[in-house]
Ligand binder design. Structure first.
Ligand code: NDP
Length: 286
């Protein structure tokens, strides 16, 4: 029988998740159904209806990730740290009751993409721009012992959000590296500052705007990554970085596919290859 899957959110018509998961299923010879479900009222009501009609699992996107977090009976460490759930799976407990496991695969998607792209993280000075929901997902991996950064700077228009985010993560992360972490405003960034890796996690690229950082910050960097993604693989941010000499510039499509591979593994028991699906997606988007 086909695995019944879906993605919930509002808006949802633009979601590429059905395309990605159908491609995973094709690669592995699985039969799945994967719908986009628009949530106009309560997420809980929508999710109850889906699971009671045989749903096995779902992805959750903006603005329902917090409600999905509250909906889950059990949380993975990743979801607990992110305080948000983007993947749910229905299981049956020993007493026969339905239970829901909540996971958050965004951070994994981001980090696995950086590894795939050979981002120079070890002992690097990294600048993360933006401290919204996506930053919350990606920071734990950057602050981990495995990434082994030497410094992490989090710059945000609203600096209090950046400070709270770093402080909150400091309290819950178990494998925190020795990296020096600081939060700052755009005005605190100086032309002489040197970062090896710059990551744009603001939503500015959506409206084709650039974060207000000195040009010299791009000039010094070796690797630039924008969480936003486009058909062509370039964004205003990656274009700017590339024009100022950054050799390795990437958009966030690999992160999107990476987070989906982990969701798929939770439901179907196998983790699909990121590269094969990325090629397919770019050709579909183009
Ligand atoms: P949020 O709305 O949670 O956060 C937006 C961030 O952008 C905040 O830090 C905000 O600063 C900053 N920002 C917005 N407008 C401005 C501005 N005019 N000047 C300076 N800073 C600004 O969004 P998300 O974190 O959920 O998403 C951010 C980006 O990441 C989006 O482009 C999204 O598409 C992408 N994304 C990609 C994913 C992928 O799989 N590739 C997954 C998730 C997100 P402030 O706090 O001051 O408001």
């Amino acid at each position: 029988m086909a695995l019944k899957l879906a993605v919930f959110g509002n808006p949802i018509a633009h979601s590429m998740s059905p395309l990605i998961h159908q491609h995973f299923a094709k690669l592995h010879g699985h039969e799945i159904s994967y719908e986009r479900l628009l949530v106009e009222g309560s997420f809980k009501e929508a999710a109850d209806a889906f699971f009671s009609s045989g749903g096995l699992g779902c992805n959750i996107t903006v603005p329902c990730k917090i409600e999905a977090y509250e909906f889950a009976h059990e949380l993975t460490d990743r979801a607990r740290i992110a305080k948000a759930v983007n993947t749910l799976k229905r299981i049956q407990s020993e007493d026969g009751k339905e239970r829901y496991i909540g996971d958050n695969t965004d951070g994994f998607g981001f980090y696995s993409d950086l590894l795939r792209l050979n981002a120079p993280l070890q002992q690097a000075k990294v600048l993360v721009i933006g401290a919204g929901g996506a930053a919350r997902g990606i920071l734990p991996s950057l602050m981990s012992k495995e990434a082994a950064l030497s410094e992490l700077t989090l710059v945000n228009r609203t600096v209090s959000k950046a400070s709270q985010l770093l402080q909150g993560l400091d309290e819950v992360l178990l494998d925190r590296s020795e990296a020096k972490c600081r939060a700052c405003t755009f005005d605190d960034l100086l032309p002489d500052d040197h970062y090896d890796v710059i990551i744009n996690s603001t939503s500015l690229s959506v409206s084709k705007e650039l974060p207000k950082i000195p040009d010299s910050i791009y000039t010094h960097a070796a690797f630039a990554y924008d969480l936003y993604y486009t058909k062509t693989g370039s964004t205003v941010f990656t274009d700017k970085a590339s024009s100022l000499g950054v050799k390795a510039c990437f958009d966030g499509l690999g992160m999107l596919v990476g987070q989906a591979t982990l969701s798929y593994e939770l439901w179907a028991g196998v983790r699909p290859d990121i590269g094969a699906t990325l090629d397919y997606l770019r050709s579909e988007l183009g």
